[in-house]
Ligand binder design. Sequence first.
Ligand SMILES: [Zn+2]
Length: 68
Amino acid sequence: MPRNKRRRSINYDTSYVCDACGERIVIPVDLSGGEHQEYVEDCPVCCRANLIRIEFIDAEVHVEAKLE
Ligand SMILES: [Zn+2]
């Protein structure tokens, strides 16, 4: 998936590494959801639920995933 290099967009694509199967999963994130976001998402590869934690720090996106 090509990376969007525009910096002023409020929508980012980011990625996390599934805690169950180790695959890198690209996900869209929406800055309008707040600086700290947490939600559960099923891995499209192995279907295990990951708890996704997203933080925006100085316009950088930090993502963490843990098995639920
Ligand atoms: Zn997985």
